[in-house]
Design a protein around this ligand. Sequence first.
Ligand code: FAD
Length: 305
Amino acid sequence: MTTDPVASRLPPPASRLLTFSFELFPPRTPEGVAKLPLVVGQLAEVRPDYFSVTYGAGGSNQDGTYETVVRVVEQTGVEAAPHLTCVGSTRASIAALLERYREAGVRRIVALRGDLPATAMSASAPGEFHYANELVSFIRETHGDAFEIEVAAYPEMHPQASGPEQDFEHFRRKVEAGADGALTQLFYNADAYLDFVDRCGRAGLDIPVVPGIMPITGYQNIVRFCSSCGADLPRWVRLRLEELQDNKPALLDFGLDVATRLCERLLQAGAPGLHFYTINQAEPTLRLWRNLGLPVTVPAPAMAG
Ligand code: FAD
């Protein structure tokens, strides 16, 4: 008999380890900077496997990512993985950043292409990298296995891809270039994820593909997130959220139910963990965490000095 509340819901694969990670972004306002340690402290109490810190999204800069990674590790003792985007960068600038991360003790990188400004979206984009597989190859060439490399996966297809098959072939290139694992774009359609994982299996791509989970905290913001990344928000969910948008407690309860059912289905089907898009808020992710019956009272390790 198991006492682990998650394991009791899972099929019984032999010795499976689940990986749970929390994504943050570098705060961009003085208020955000002041609030982040509290948020990180609360999230760290459940001892995720690691935090990840975005780069470039919404105009954040390289220093913001570096500083946030270092601060999170100092504050919590939990591993932190920087996201690293390559488009528009030179090999020299990426090499310098990798050195800086390595010296800081970073052991995991989320390797991405990133988005070009709309005005520069063309094959003649500046820089020496064009796609994320080139970044993965570069990290492997220059640092061997010193970093664990996560890449992005799109169960519902990357919005700029010409088709699902081609997009999948491009994902395969990232795996063949040396990715250790993948984190998916947010989605609310479990079948899209399960189909993607099936395709990985058939293609012999044997890496964990961890679902990206966005807790639902508002109607407008979830519609915006889904539309910007091409995720399907099921009609029934959208309609219920729209109806509840002026009743925040009811909306949060409904959103929690939707996200909980999604996560339970994914874990029951064998997902290797969950990557939570926290949007720098502790409570929505922790509410979902508790509702899933994930462990909440793991003692924190003693912190150095
Ligand atoms: P790629 O895998 O390179 O794919 C990009 C597009 O190009 C796809 O349409 C693909 O099909 C196509 N493609 C790939 N290779 C080729 C090829 N050889 N020839 C032709 N087409 C090709 N963005 C940020 O700016 N900062 C972040 O911190 C950040 N974090 C993210 C974290 C996660 C988990 C996810 C899922 C996304 C994140 N993003 C972030 C967004 C991401 O940068 C964008 O979605 C970007 O447009 C694609 O990045 P990628 O690494 O998936 O690119």
